[in-house]
Design a protein around this ligand. Structure first.
Ligand SMILES: Nc1ncnc2c1ncn2[C@@H]1O[C@H](COP(=O)(O)OP(=O)(O)OP(=O)(O)O)[C@@H](O)[C@H]1O
Ligand SMILES: [Mg+2]
Length: 232
């Protein structure tokens, strides 16, 4: 008799995940789920496993034990190539320091995820420009990424994370390098644009103002979830 497939809660998540780096336990029997369109902030002290959790959820790292899933797919059982493809099509990423290509314009940077999935240049160009306009930096589309402010670069990074209409955006301290005013503006952009597209956001942060904007806050300690709080 065929054993029925386990169903997973939410859109994406993990169950009973353990991850070690040598003798360091980064994630310890951790379970987490995010719903479609939900925004979740992950907080906790340095070294508690926040970045490791994002890497596991997005399929960049395969855990030593436990299951990682997206929809009905079990990522932890899939090949590196399949997980890479999924990252390209269904996930978006925003990192702490504008990891834009400095020699390209903001527009070209935002087009990249579309071009990498075979979208025609003219269409990619139009969609990138449209999103940059929505995020308030349309006038900078042809400026080199190396010649904009930190806040403008992070807005472009938000545009690049969303331009291919991903289902989940993973953001690792996206405002960590900004002052609080431009940080808040970037977050407002990220959350508003994601909510409008029903994309889920999992954002790692040390900043209280980030956590306040999320639907739910997950506090971590020593590779585990300490508590989950509905923020709004
Ligand atoms: N590539 C690696 N090699 C060895 N140990 C690692 C590696 N990456 C993370 N670790 C360890 O795993 C634990 C969790 O690290 P992680 O980067 O997930 O923490 P974090 O919560 O994101 O911290 P921070 O707030 O400082 O970014 C830490 O003890 C860290 O030193
Ligand atoms: Mg980290």
């Amino acid at each position: 008799m065929k054993v029925p497939r386990t169903t997973f809660p939410g859109l994406a998540g993990c169950r009973g995940v353990r991850l070690r780096f040598g003798r360091t336990v980064a994630l310890d029997d951790l379970s987490f789920a995010v719903e479609k369109g939900e925004t979740v902030a992950i907080t906790g002290p340095s070294g508690c496993g926040k970045t490791s959790l994002l890497h596991v959820l997005s399929g960049l790292l395969r855990p030593d034990a436990g299951e990682v899933y997206f929809g009905s797919r079990e990522l932890s059982a899939e090949s590196d190539a399949a997980r890479s493809r999924l990252r390209l099509t269904s996930f978006g990423f925003v990192l702490q320091f504008g990891d834009l290509v400095p020699e390209l314009t903001l527009g070209e940077n935002v087009e990249l995820p579309l071009r990498m999935t075979g979208v025609r240049a003219a269409v990619a160009h139009r969609r990138a420009l449209h999103l940059l306009e929505e995020l308030g930096i349309g006038d900078l589309a042809s400026r080199q990424a190396g010649a904009v402010s930190g806040g403008q670069a992070q807005r472009a990074a938000v545009a690049r994370a969303l331009v291919h209409e991903p289902q989940v955006v993973f953001a690792d301290e996206p405002t960590g390098a900004l002052d609080s005013t431009s940080g808040e503006a970037v977050l407002d952009c990220l959350f508003a644009a994601a909510r409008q597209r029903h994309a889920a956001v999992v954002v790692v942060t040390h900043a209280a103002e980030v956590a306040q904007r999320a639907d739910r806050v997950v506090r971590m300690r020593d590779g585990r979830v300490l508590e989950t709080v509905a923020a709004r």
